[in-house]
Ligand binder design. Sequence first.
Ligand SMILES: Nc1ncnc2c1ncn2[C@@H]1O[C@H](COP(=O)(O)OP(=O)(O)OP(=O)(O)O)[C@@H](O)[C@H]1O
Length: 268
Amino acid sequence: MSETLLKVRDLRVSFGRRPGPPWRRATTREFVAVDGVSLDVGPDETVGLVGESGSGKTTVARAVVGLVRPDSGTVTVDGHRLGPVGQRPAALQRAVQMVFQDPRSSLNPRMTVAAIVGEAWRTHPVSAPAGDRTAALHRLLDDVGLDASVARQHAGELSGGQCQRVSIARALAVKPRLLVCDEAVSALDVSVQAQILRLLVDLRASHRLSMLFISHDLGVVHQIADRIAVMRSGVLVEQGPAGEVLVAPRHEYTQALVGAALELNTES
Ligand SMILES: Nc1ncnc2c1ncn2[C@@H]1O[C@H](COP(=O)(O)OP(=O)(O)OP(=O)(O)O)[C@@H](O)[C@H]1O
């Protein structure tokens, strides 16, 4: 096993049409959303990826989980290079799981919680419990702070916070090594946000998880990240230990972000 769990190197992702025939080139400009991003996440480490809206954070996350194909650069987990979803060996696909921003739209409202977790086990049979599945499901729900009775409920009947707990349970069901959380608490009320954040901090320790935790909110990232990486306009402008980045930011953009977060804090 390598020292670094996730290694992203020189990642570049663009959107838009590729240059077409020479006579149309002027109308087929690409948009570079992520340009030359390199970052590492170590075992048991949480890295916070911050930056304003549109800076490219989600695109980095989607490239890490294989939902967008980079133009160039590499993503490796434990030294194994990851291709797009569907082309990854099952063990690697299982190793990296994502928790999305809006739990209501990432779960099928007509499925029961038991069926949602069961589907994860069907997709990754090696992680399915060998013995009593109901008991395993109840343990998993307990891990994420949900009562066993929730298993029979449909996702559409649950609150936003409960849905996010189910999303986390679904991710944990396949025993990942790295959880990519993309604005995982942003859509929730402030009090629920704090509960889910607490849950993620606890699970990180109890399940020995590494995390790439994406948020536009420095205050939230401050509560969970060991290291912080700052993105602006598709480029990583600064990264370092959370304490250093927050207390003594070097890049002027990070200084502005920290200043704005402090201002919000004193206003509230
Ligand atoms: N599928 C896509 N097609 C075209 N452009 C895209 C696509 N996905 C993202 N983009 C663009 O890439 C840029 C980066 O978007 P991204 O969602 O990665 O930023 P972000 O930092 O996560 O922002 P937010 O917090 O608002 O989601 C944006 O300008 C966005 O409009």
